[in-house]
Design a protein around this ligand. Structure first.
Ligand code: GLN
Length: 190
C-alpha cells in the first residue's frame, strides 16, 4: 500500500518512519502527482492554519477535499484532527479545514490547563501512552462518529468511515498501535 504523508509542515518525518516500520511504502506529498499516486493519506501534527494555507498555495487543498469525499482513508494526528473536522471552536479567523469528520473540535483545548502532557489511554482494549501538545479535543460529534478513546471527559480518538483522527501524537512514541489500526482496520476495509 502506498501511504502518503502530507509533508508541508509539522512532524511528517515521524509519520513517514511509522509507515515504513509498519511495512508500507511512504510517499511525502507536496504535489498533485504525489497525491494522485497514493492509496491513503496521513495529516501530521503541526500547525493547522499553516498546513491549510500551504496546501492552498501548493494547489492541494481542493484535490485533498475531493479525495476525502471520494472515500480515500485519511488519518490525522493533532493538527491533522483539526484539518479533518467539519467545525472548529477557537480557530484562527477564517481558518479553513479539509473536513469530512462530523465533529466540532476545540483548538488548543487543553491549553489553559497545561500546554503539553502525557497520559495513559484506553484504545481498542489496550492501554496506550499518549503525548498531547497544544492538543484539540472533540467537543461535539454526529451520530456517524465512533469514539475510540477519551481523556478529560472528551473524545481524543474518533473514527467515521474512512477517517481516523487523534488529538495526540502516536508518531512521537515507539507505539505503532494507532498506525496499525489505521492500516489494518480502515485501509483494508475500503
Ligand atoms: N494547536 C495546533 C493547531 O491548532 C495543533 C498542535 C499540534 O499538532 N501539536 O494546529
Amino acid at each position: 500500500m502506498k501511504v502518503g504523508v502530507l509533508a508541508l509542515q509539522g512532524d511528517f518525518r515521524e509519520h513517514v518512519s511509522a509507515v515504513i516500520e509498519c511495512g508500507h511504502e511512504a510517499i511525502e506529498v507536496r504535489r498533485l502527482s504525489e497525491l494522485e499516486s497514493i492509496d491513503s493519506l496521513i495529516l501530521p501534527g503541526g500547525e493547522s492554519t499553516t498546513i491549510a494555507q500551504l496546501a492552498a498555495a501548493f494547489d492541494l487543498f481542493e484535490p485533498i477535499v475531493a479525495r476525502i469525499a471520494a472515500g480515500m482513508p485519511v488519518y490525522g494526528s493533532c493538527a491533522g484532527m483539526i484539518l479533518l473536522s467539519n467545525r472548529i471552536l477557537d480557530g484562527a479567523e477564517g481558518q479553513r479545514t479539509f473536513g469530512g469528520l462530523d465533529i466540532t473540535v476545540r483548538r488548543n483545548a487543553f491549553g489553559r490547563q497545561v500546554d503539553s502532557f502525557e497520559s495513559d489511554l484506553q484504545f481498542n482494549g489496550r492501554t496506550l501512552h499518549a503525548i498531547f501538545i497544544r492538543a484539540p479535543w472533540v467537543e461535539e460529534f454526529g451520530p456517524g462518529v465512533e469514539v475510540l478513546s477519551e481523556a478529560a471527559g472528551h473524545p481524543v480518538a474518533v473514527r467515521q468511515g474512512n477517517l481516523l483522527a487523534t488529538s495526540f501524537h502516536p508518531e512521537l512514541t515507539s507505539n505503532l498501535e494507532i498506525h496499525r489500526y489505521f492500516f489494518d482496520e480502515i485501509c483494508k476495509s475500503v
